[in-house]
Design a protein. Structure first.
Lengths: 272, 321
């Protein structure tokens, strides 16, 4: 039974909902979700992140809030605030585990139930953007998330791939998923696209090059850009640092900033 | 009849196969599993379990390739493991891909576009070599754009079919490549193979903590379901620039990498495999990296790890009669 998007709904104050998808694992969905949130925050926006990867919740660590707890309020669960200004908030199953190494060994129906709760019971308040980070695939989590969010008319989905054919092959299927579920594709990001050696500046295409751009062309969807492999970005995520603020000269920064700008341009008053 | 395409939208609100409403709820109408679910409760234990056990009698060693984390190289490793074991042409190797939503194995094994044929003895695996057979949902899809948008119960049904209906024949090594996580596919493979002997799991990770935190969960899953851990492989472990030969840690082991994790969790560390652009290239081209680039440091890493896995299996011979 679909919820009606009533006045009192916890998502009523959210202006734009954006999903980050991929058919493929390990391409950088959580990384992109985190960096996009940071970039949008630095552009003065209030951002929420909903992490629906129940088996492998990566975002808490990436924002250095892995030790926080979730509290309740009258309207439901209070999301965890990442910063003093409360401009980035986060909900993840990572906060609900007794021990960080506890495995969430759930079949589909139980996962679906928690996702529905995450979507209806988190008191986000007023947000400019809610970014929904997903696990790889086209299964329970994705079906439940899209169905539960449908009444709130998400802006669409950003699809992340790495350049090589094996990855693109899975992302093609994710495009089909978007088509079948009526989810608009905002664009495709080609992540881990080339590595510039910090010692000699030689560029090596470790995971090949161009597959994401080609896929966007073939599928007729916008191409949002190539993000190179950047050890400073990976290090930053390991330590839960604000890459956008602290590493503006790093190789991945221009691409990430550009992607955020395209999202902002796409949601500015004249284009929405 | 072998299904040509299995990509259909599943029923919304599947009650779950073990629910009292399984097969009987309004949402079950039209689901291919409906009859099975509706009769399950009345019939008692799933007869497929016995059929699977019988099928698996001809399989000497079973190895699951797992990770909590996506994109660390499970399928890549499974493919190289299969090629490595099949290099001995006296051994019969089977590679089963149970990543239903993201089946990478057909492409990596150069078998894209192949179909599954059926005979009286069941579904025939697709053969790369005479002694290396492969099964994947990828072979059942009619187009590269076909998405398998299935909820858990339907995925479980196909995994059961893969184990019960595929005519693997006499097999020395059955390698099962899995999707990331600890969910339906993982529970099902343990449920269906539970009564047979599984040698153990090879767990793949990359060096950084963001990966390790998911992999610890996977190791806990193995302990929970009493699946022995053969060991952990640290993939994408360093990159040597082909020009200046300096090493960069693209995925930095900020918390000591897999080696430290293995020490802390008391599991075997099988070895490191460095990043080599030729690995991805071989996989994209459906070729064996081990044969294509024998001189790469990654090839010797893979071969050493494969040998350790063989040694482990040799020490723990299957008790199946």
């Amino acid at each position: 039974m679909e919820e009606t998007a009533g006045e009192k709904s916890n998502l009523a104050g959210v202006r734009h909902i954006l999903l980050v998808l991929s058919g493929k694992g390990g391409v950088g969905k959580s990384t992109i979700s985190t960096e996009l949130a940071l970039a949008l925050r630095h552009a003065g926006k209030k951002v929420g992140i909903l992490d629906v990867d129940l088996c492998g919740p990566s975002i808490p660590r990436m924002l250095k809030v892995q030790d926080k707890d979730v509290h309740q309020c009258d309207s439901g669960w209070v999301p965890v605030f990442v910063d003093q200004d409360k401009s980035i908030s986060l909900m993840s199953i990572g906060f609900l585990l007794e021990k960080p190494d506890d495995a969430v060994v759930w079949r589909g129906p139980k996962k679906n139930a928690l996702i529905k709760q995450f979507i209806s019971d988190v008191a986000w308040g007023g947000l400019d953007f809610l970014i929904v980070d997903t696990p790889p695939g086209t299964s329970d989590e994705h079906i439940s998330t899209v169905e539960s969010l449908r009444p709130y008319q998400p802006l669409g989905a950003v699809l992340v791939t790495t350049p090589q054919a094996v990855s693109v092959g899975d992302v093609r299927r994710e495009l089909t998923f978007c088509k079948k579920t009526g989810l608009r594709v905002i664009g495709i990001i080609e992540n881990m696209s080339g590595f510039v050696c910090p010692h000699c500046s030689e560029c090596t295409n470790i995971f090949s090059k161009g597959g994401g751009e080609e896929l966007a062309k073939h599928a007729g969807v916008p191409f949002l850009g190539c993000v190179p492999l950047d050890p400073q970005l990976t290090q930053s995520l390991e330590e839960g640092r604000d890459f956008i603020q602290e590493f503006p000269k790093s190789s991945a920064f221009p691409a990430l900033a550009n992607i955020a700008q395209q999202i902002l341009d796409g949601t500015s008053p004249q284009s929405s | 009849m072998a299904e040509e395409s299995v990509a259909v939208l599943p029923p919304h609100d599947c009650p779950g196969t073990s629910s009292a409403q399984a097969g009987k709820a309004a949402a079950c109408q039209g689901c291919p599993n409906q009859r099975l679910c509706a009769s399950a409760g009345a019939a008692g234990p799933d007869p497929a379990l016995e059929e699977i056990q019988a099928k698996m009698k001809g399989v000497k060693h079973k190895i699951l390739v797992l990770s909590g984390k996506g994109g660390v190289g499970k399928s890549t490793f499974s493919a190289q493991l299969a090629h490595g074991l099949a290099a001995d042409d006296t051994k019969q190797v089977a590679l089963l891909d149970i990543d239903i939503c993201g089946p990478s194995i057909p492409k990596m094994m150069g078998l894209e576009g192949e179909q599954v044929h059926q005979s009286g003895s069941g579904w025939s695996p697709v053969y790369v070599e005479e002694n290396l057979g492969v099964m994947s949902v990828g072979f059942l899809l009619s187009s590269p754009d076909d998405a398998v948008i299935w909820r858990g119960p339907k995925k479980n049904g196909l995994i059961k079919q893969f184990l019960r209906d595929v005519d693997w024949g006499e097999v020395d090594y059955l390698i099962v490549d899995t999707p990331p996580g600890t969910s339906d596919e993982h529970l099902s493979i343990m449920q269906y193979l539970g009564a047979t002997h599984i040698d153990g799991a090879v767990i793949i990770t990359t060096p950084q903590e963001v990966a390790l935190q998911d992999v610890r969960k996977e190791i806990n899953f193995c302990h929970k379901v009493k699946l022995p851990v053969i060991g952990v492989v640290e993939n994408m472990s360093g990159f040597i620039c082909p020009k200046c030969k300096n090493e960069s840690e693209i995925f930095p082991p900020t918390t000591g990498g897999a080696e430290m994790m293995c020490k802390n969790l008391n599991v075997s560390f099988l070895g490191k495999v460095p990043l080599d652009p030729q690995i991805g290239k071989s996989c994209d081209n459906g070729q064996s990296f081990l044969s294509e680039v024998p001189e790469s440091p990654a090839t010797s890493s893979y071969k050493n790890i494969i040998q350790r896995i063989q040694d482990y299996c040799g020490l723990h011979q299957s008790q199946e009669k």
